[in-house]
Ligand binder design. Structure first.
Ligand code: AMP
Ligand code: ZN
Length: 466
C-alpha cells in the first residue's frame, strides 16, 4: 500500500514499524459545538485509511483524543477558550458542554459507519501526562516562563516548521506584528497557562508552574505517546492542522524525547468547501449531519458523496451533489437486493472476477483512491460475464472499506408458484422479442394474482402487491 506523506510531499510505500501492526493517532474533535460535515469528512477519510490497512492485514491501534480543554478560538494562543465561550453562551458548565457534544459526536460517527477508535482519550483525563511532558521539556532547556505562562522556545530546536516547510526568516519578519509581547519568538507557543486572559477559567489544575491549564498542542503529544509510544506510524488530521498544531506537536514531541522522526507518516485530508470557501464553525455557516437528516437524507448518502472524491482534493458540498450520491447509493442497494435473491452459496472467484478484485485493491492501496474503487465496483456490477454469486461476494468484500451497510440489505423476497414463475419467464422472452402486447398481458395476469413485476439489474422478479 502507498500513502501520501505530507512530510516528504510524496506518495510513499507504507512500511510499519512493527510487522503487521500500525499505530495511528487522529486529532479528535473540540467538543464545544456539533461537528460540521467538513469535520466529518476528515473522520471518514481516517476511517477509510484504517480500513484499507486492515484489509491489507494490519492490526491497527487507532487512537483519537477528545479536546475538552485548552483550545482557543485561534490556533496560535490567541482568541477565547472555545469551551468556556460555548458554556457562557449556553448557560451550562464546561463539563456539561463537553459531555453533551462528545455524545453528539459519537452518535454522528456511528451513523456514518465510522469505526470507533480503539482508544478514545479525553484531554481532561491526561493532565498529569501533559505536565510530565512539560517537565521533560523544561529539564531539557526548551521552555521559559514569561508573564506567568510556560512557553516552548522554538529557537532551541533546529528544524522547527519542517512539516509545513515554514520559512523562518519570514517568521522573524512577522515578529513586528506579534501581539503577545511575552513571547521571545512569535512562533513560540504556550505549554501551560497560569496567567491566562481568562481569569474565570472553569477548568484549572495545580502544576509546578501554578494553577492553570494546558495549551492545546501538548495534549496530542502527551496522549499519543502514552498510547502509541515515542515513535509511531501514522498521525492524521485535516490540512489546517499542518502549519500550527501539527508543527508544534512535532517540535515539542521531538524535543521531549531528544529523537527525530517522532511519526513516520503524516496524512492530511483536504477541506470540504461551500460557496464561501472552507466550511468552518467560526464562520457560522456550517451544516451538521442532523441538518442533512432533517432534509430527508441518510447519513450514508453523505459517506457515499465523500467516497466519490479523493481525500486530497477539495470537495465542494451542494445538495445537488448529495442528491446524485443518494441516487447512486439507492441503485446500489437495489442491485444488492436483487443479487441477494439470485446468488447461490459462495464459490471460488473466476479469473474475470479476480481481476476486478485486484483493480479495487490496487485503487485503494494507491493512496486511498476511493473514486477509482467505486468505479471498479460499478463496472463489475454491470459486467454480464460475472455471475450474480461472484458479484455479491465481491460487492460485500468491497463494502468492508466503503461501509455502506450493504451487509444489512435484505434480499428481495422471491414469491410466486412454479406456474407464476413460468409466466414471468415467458414475459421476459416476449420482451426480448419485442412482443410487448404479450408481455403486457402476462403482467396483467400476474397483477390479478396479486403480484407486481419488478425489473431488476439481474432480471425480472415478482413481489407481492401491497
Ligand atoms: P475541530 O473539531 O475544529 O478540532 O476539527 C476536527 C477536524 O476537522 C480537524 O482534523 C480539522 O482539521 C478538520 N476540519 C476542519 N474544517 C474542515 C473542513 N471544512 N473540511 C474538512 N475537514 C475539516
Ligand atoms: Zn492534535
Amino acid at each position: 500500500m502507498r500513502i501520501y506523506n505530507t512530510m516528504s510531499r510524496t506518495v510513499e510505500p507504507f512500511k510499519s514499524i512493527e510487522e503487521g501492526k500500525v499505530g495511528m493517532y487522529c486529532c479528535g474533535p473540540t467538543v464545544y459545538n456539533y461537528a460540521h460535515i467538513g469535520n466529518l469528512r476528515t473522520y471518514i477519510f481516517e476511517d477509510i485509511l484504517r480500513k484499507v490497512l486492515e484489509k491489507d492485514g494490519y492490526a491497527v491501534k487507532h487512537v483519537m483524543n477528545i479536546t475538552d480543554v485548552g483550545h482557543l478560538t485561534g490556533d496560535g494562543d490567541d482568541g477565547e477558550d472555545k469551551m468556556s465561550k460555548s458554556a457562557k453562551e449556553q448557560g451550562k458548565s464546561v463539563w456539561d458542554i463537553a459531555s453533551f457534544y462528545t455524545d453528539a459526536f459519537m452518535s454522528d460517527i456511528s451513523k456514518l459507519n465510522i469505526e470507533k477508535a480503539v482508544v478514545i482519550c479525553k484531554a481532561t483525563d491526561h493532565i498529569n501526562e501533559m505536565i510530565e511532558v512539560i517537565k521533560e521539556l523544561e529539564r531539557r532547556g526548551h521552555t521559559y516562563t514569561a508573564d506567568g505562562n510556560v512557553y516552548f522556545s522554538i529557537d532551541t530546536i533546529d528544524d522547527y516548521g519542517k512539516l509545513a516547510r515554514l520559512n523562518l526568516d519570514e517568521l522573524k519578519e512577522g515578529a513586528r506584528i506579534e501581539v503577545d509581547s511575552a513571547k521571545r519568538n512569535p512562533k513560540d507557543f504556550v505549554l501551560w497557562f497560569t496567567n491566562s486572559k481568562f481569569k474565570d477559567q472553569a477548568m484549572t489544575w495545580p502544576s509546578p508552574w501554578g494553577v492553570g491549564y494546558p495549551g492545546w498542542h501538548v495534549e496530542c503529544t502527551a496522549m499519543s505517546m502514552k498510547y502509541l509510544g515515542k515513535h509511531f506510524d501514522i498521525h492524521c488530521g485535516g490540512i489546517d492542522a499542518i502549519p500550527v498544531h501539527h508543527t508544534n506537536e512535532i517540535a515539542q514531541s521531538e524535543a521531549a524525547t531528544g529523537e527525530k522522526n517522532w511519526v513516520n507518516y503524516w496524512c492530511h485530508g483536504e477541506f470540504l468547501i461551500n460557496d464561501k470557501g472552507k466550511m468552518s464553525k467560526s464562520s457560522g455557516e456550517f451544516l451538521t449531519l442532523s441538518t442533512l437528516i432533517k432534509h430527508g437524507y441518510d447519513p450514508l448518502d453523505y459517506r457515499y458523496l465523500c467516497l466519490g472524491a479523493h481525500y486530497r482534493s477539495q470537495l465542494k458540498f451542494s445538495y445537488e451533489a448529495l442528491d446524485h450520491a443518494r441516487s447512486a447509493r439507492l441503485s446500489l442497494i437495489e442491485k444488492v437486493k436483487a443479487l441477494k435473491a439470485s446468488a447461490n452459496a459462495s464459490s471460488t472467484l473466476s479469473e474475470a472476477a479476480l481481476k476486478y478484485k485486484g483493480e479495487y485493491d490496487e485503487a485503494l492501496d494507491n493512496d486511498l483512491h476511493t473514486p477509482q474503487a467505486l468505479a471498479t465496483m460499478w463496472s463489475m456490477l454491470k459486467d454480464s460475464s460475472i455471475s450474480d454469486t461472484e458479484k455479491l461476494s465481491l460487492v460485500l468484500y468491497m463494502d468492508r472499506v466503503f461501509s455502506l451497510s450493504l451487509d444489512n440489505v435484505e434480499a428481495e423476497e422471491r414469491v410466486g408458484s412454479a406456474e407464476d414463475i413460468a409466466l414471468l419467464e415467458e414475459r421476459s422472452v416476449a420482451k426480448k422479442n419485442k412482443d410487448y402486447q404479450r408481455a403486457d398481458e402476462i403482467r396483467k395476469i400476474l397483477a390479478e394474482r396479486g403480484y407486481t413485476v419488478k425489473d431488476t439489474p439481474s432480471g425480472s422478479i415478482l413481489v407481492k402487491t401491497v
